[in-house]
Structure formats: C-alpha cells, structure tokens
Design a protein around this ligand. Structure first.
Ligand code: NAD
Length: 282
C-alpha cells in the first residue's frame, strides 16, 4: 500500500539498518518519500542495496551513520538536511532506534539504566530538538514506543524509558501542534526482529498466551501504521498512541483468565475462584 502526501518529501528514520526501522524506511520510500535512514553502522545496510529492496520502483533510501545519543551528530544532520531542503519543510521524523535490557529493578546496574534511557528517551528528544525547526505544517513526528509503555513489563530500564517516551510524545504534540506538526506514538507488541530473537523462550510463550490474536507480529505490520501516521491520511491525528500488538495490552492479561476458565483441564477447585474474580471485574 502507498500513502498520500509523501511523494518527493524528505523523511528521517532512526535505527533503520534492520528490523522495524528498515521496514518503515522501505515502505515510506515505496510511497515516494526521500528517506534518510540512520543507524550505528558505518556501511550501507544490505537491505537498502537496490537488488534487495522489496519495491525497487520507489526512490532510493540514502543512508548515513548517526548515533541518536550524539547531540552534535543530530546538529550536523540538521545542517545537511537544511541545505538539501532549501526552505522546504522536512516531512517526517520516525524515532525508531531502541535497545532493550532484560533486567529487573533489583538487577539493573546504573550504567545499563543510563545507556537504555540515553538511546530510547534522550535520543528522540535530541532528534526532535534538532529536526523540528526544519518542519512546518503537515510535518509529522512518530515515536516508536512499546507495549512495555502500556504495562508493568519486568524490564525496569526499558519499561521506564518507553513510559518516558509517552510523556515526551504528549509534550511535543502540545508544543508543536500550533505549528501544524503532528506528533504521535506507536506501541509495538512482540515483533519478530533481532531485538526479540534473544528473548527467553518463556517470554515468547507467555506473549502468545496473553495475545488475543495468538501470534507474534511482523515488521511490515508495524511499518504500515508508521507510514499511515506520517502521511496525509492521518492529517488530523495528533497526540495519539496506537498499539500494534494483536490486542495484547488492551486485554491486560484477561485472555489468560478467560482461557483458564474455559479450559476443561482447569481444576474444579480453581474455577470458582476465577469466576468470582471475573464477577468482581464486571
Ligand atoms: N521487536 C519488538 O518486539 C519490539 C516491541 C516493542 C517495541 N519495539 C521498539 O521498536 C523499535 C525498533 O526495534 P526492533 O525490534 O526493530 O529492534 P532491532 O534491534 O532490530 O533494531 C533497532 C535498531 O536500532 C539501532 N540502534 C540502537 N542504538 C542506536 C543508536 N544509539 N543510534 C542509532 N541507532 C541505534 C540498532 O542498530 C538497530 O538497527 C525500538 O524502539 C524498540 O524498542 C520493538
């Protein structure tokens, strides 16, 4: 699918060397956007080589190295883009780069906490500070949160960083709204990428148990919403936070309860307790 208002317009996607960021960059390019993909690695990622692209008819994605925690690098990017844009507004910034750290509160070391917050929260803040001045009416900023930002996910630093990103999203939506810049957040559930490849098997199983659609997500399914939110199809959507998680966060664990009650193997002793709990929730 292609999305309106993006053709010929410049868009920046962070953390775009793989996973969701690469899928977002490719889909935006397929809608005609001039995508600047940034990530940590120095060399151009394979996925942006012409032969590898899912839709080679779109404009090429240009790649440059940028660490989202590096304020000077953001300022250099802003200067270079300003020269290229020649007064035209930057169409969109997708703050997608993120790292996880699967440690509970009691096991979280200070340097890990700082590292995770630097990438997941300070990175988007620096990106907005650097690039919002290049934006104008119709421009859009999209922050990639997580279902961890909607729940009490056990990963202390990661969860706190993504809850913080929700607050930053709302502050930015309020501050930039009068300039016609829309700021939104998207909250992926468990999506198959490099980040989740290392997840403990029990986490994957629990996710499936708790997800109403009973499957994990694909990067393309996140990219579709990202491209929509950056496009004119979402012209009146600002300050929104939309999960792409198969119903995981909104179900709030109640799928497990519902399945347990239905499951014939549920012990007779446990069933009345669960039913009573359900009635209390009514
Ligand atoms: N995969 C999931 O299940 C899932 C779930 C919820 C939220 N998310 C979020 O979605 C986003 C994308 O994650 P993904 O699953 O594609 O992960 P991924 O690990 O495949 O991709 C993340 C990318 O960010 C880049 N990156 C890391 N630190 C960076 C830095 N300092 N500067 C620039 N780039 C940096 C990495 O090099 C990598 O290419 C992240 O913000 C993540 O927190 C992912």
């Amino acid at each position: 699918m292609t999305y309106p208002g993006l053709a010929g317009r410049m868009v920046v996607v962070t953390g775009a060397a793989g996973g969701q960021g690469a899928a977002e960059a490719l889909l935006l390019a397929a809608s005609g956007a001039r995508v600047v993909a940034v990530d940590l690695q120095a060399q151009v990622p394979e996925v942006f080589a012409a032969g590898d692209r899912s839709d080679p008819s779109g404009p090429p994605v240009s790649y440059r190295r940028l660490d989202v925690t590096d304020e000077d690098a953001w300022q250099r990017l802003a200067r270079d883009l300003a020269a290229e844009l020649q007064g035209n507004p930057l169409r969109a910034l997708v703050n997608n780069a993120g790292i996880t750290h699967r440690a509970r509160l009691g096991e979280t070391r200070r340097d890990d906490w700082d590292r995770v917050l630097a990438v997941n929260l300070t990175g988007p803040m620096l990106g907005m500070q650097a690039l919002a001045p290049l934006m104008g009416p119709g421009s859009s900023i999209l922050n990639i949160g997580s279902s961890a930002a909607l729940t009490a996910h056990y990963t202390a630093a990661y969860t706190a960083s993504k809850w913080g990103l929700r607050g930053l999203t709302q502050v930015a939506a309020t501050e930039y709204g009068p300039r016609g810049i829309r700021v939104n957040a998207l909250h992926p559930g468990f999506i198959e990428t490099e980040m989740t490849r290392g997840a403990p098997p029990a986490m994957r199983e629990a996710q499936l148990t708790l997800t109403p659609l009973e499957r994990l997500g694909r990067v393309e399914e996140v990219a579709e919403l990202a491209a929509f939110l950056c496009s004119d199809a979402a012209a009146y959507i600002a300050g929104a936070e939309i999960p792409v998680d198969g119903g995981f966060a909104s179900a709030g664990g109640s799928k497990y309860m519902s399945d347990s009650i239905r499951d014939a193997s549920t012990s007779a002793a446990l069933r009345p307790t669960l039913v009573a709990m359900l009635h209390k929730l009514d």
